[in-house]
Design a binder for this molecule. Structure first.
Ligand code: ZN
Length: 96
């Protein structure tokens, strides 16, 4: 009987974990907005990465004199994969 309780608790814990992960991913997906700033429509630029591999994106209009935009976000899931690939490709073109 005790074993059954442990199994049920484990299943509940795993379910919460998976839902939590999906939710976090969704939040990041919304924040990254496919690389377009949701506040001014500018392009997001990757300016930093942390030790765990998260990417820090800031709006390209951050230092704009006409309409400065302070939008930024950290991304740890691969919601920015396409954008990262694009940047890598561009860098390769510059090098070769
Ligand atoms: Zn912006």
């Amino acid at each position: 009987m005790k074993f059954a309780i442990v199994v049920v608790l484990a299943v509940i814990a795993i379910t919460i974990y998976i839902i939590g992960m999906r939710w976090c991913r969704k939040v990041e997906e919304t924040a990254f907005n496919k690389g377009v700033c949701p506040e001014c429509g500018g392009e997001l630029k990757c300016v930093d990465t942390d030790s765990l591999g998260s990417r820090y994106w800031v709006c390209e209009n951050r230092y704009s004199k006409e309409k400065p935009c302070g939008y930024d976000c950290w991304v740890s899931y691969k919601v920015d994969k396409d954008k990262i690939m694009e940047i890598k490709k561009q860098n390769n073109n510059i090098e070769s």
